[in-house]
Ligand binder design. Structure first.
Ligand code: GLP
Length: 262
């Protein structure tokens, strides 16, 4: 794992956008795993502006989102399908048929989860998976005790998550769905590269546990420690509780892999 600390939120988001853009340029038919949440909005804005300024081409990309609420149709502004259309897909030259979000309205959710896994396999697996982190330590909607080998499935959301996401539901946690379909931790770890982005002081404590603490199913984000190609980009606020900040900075300043991004 490599941790890159950027001075500001804007710079962290900018770096994540540039890294994704570099991967799309290197492999135009990239299979991109996408995430939702407020942290990602800036990243999608960056991708839109890189497309406008440098003609970044998404026409051959395929995308798979991490998760979707159960019982909210794609046309509803609270769904993650709507979020993706709104923040990214309608603003870049991606073929909507190549974008995938689990169907939270499926009558048979177990079959939907299996279909989603199959689609990822058929696409040849995910090249780069973008991740945020919930305040309770989830990636996707893999709540505490999610098996580290779990696959796409239905999951009950914790009160912490429903509280954290209430802002998108008029501030009322009771309006946040109780369940979601999410890629499993195992599904996420199968991606060839992971990029986790965390910003702001509210993420500092859980981020330090996920990155420097023991690997535990209580904090599904800690499973990224198992991945051989994982990058974590944070701003100073989110990095506050990390112990090895100096070492991480040295790596970013000196390792050739980061040269084009410094
Ligand atoms: C939701 C998503 C997660 C995301 C999290 C972070 O719960 N299911 O994938 O990581 O939000 O949200 P935010 O970026 O708004 O803090």
């Amino acid at each position: 794992m490599e941790v890159v600390i950027q001075p500001t939120l804007e710079q962290a988001v900018e770096l994540a956008g540039r890294l994704i853009a570099a991967r799309v340029r290197a492999k135009p038919d990239l299979v991109l795993g996408l995430a939702t949440g407020r942290t990602m909005e800036g990243v999608y804005d960056r991708l839109v502006s890189i497309q406008q300024s440098d003609g970044l081409d998404f026409s051959r990309c395929r995308t798979f989102n991490l998760d979707e609420y159960i019982g909210i149709p794609g046309e509803d502004e609270h769904s993650y399908r709507y979020y993706m259309n709104h923040h990214l897909f309608s603003r870049v030259n991606i073929d909507r048929a190549n974008t995938h979000v689990p169907d939270g309205m499926a009558a048979d959710l177990q079959a939907e989860a299996a279909r989603y896994e199959h689609l990822i396999d058929e696409a040849g697996g995910i090249d780069l998976q973008l991740l945020g982190i919930g305040e309770g330590g989830h990636i996707g909607f893999n709540e505490p005790l999610s098996a580290l080998m779990s696959r796409t499935r239905e999951k009950a959301l914790t009160p912490v998550t429903r509280q954290q996401n209430a802002a998108m539901f008029g501030g009322d946690p009771d309006k946040v769905p109780k369940r979601a379909v999410t890629m499993g931790v195992g599904t996420i770890l199968d991606a060839r590269e992971l990029l986790l982005l965390a910003t702001g002081a509210a993420k500092a404590s859980i981020l330090a546990k996920a990155v420097e603490g023991p690997i535990t199913a209580m904090i599904s984000a800690s499973a990224i420690q198992l991945h051989p190609r994982c990058k974590v980009i944070v701003d100073t606020e989110a990095a506050r509780e990390l112990k090895e900040r100096k070492y991480y900075d040295w790596i970013f300043q000196n390792e050739p892999e980061w040269q084009e991004f410094r």
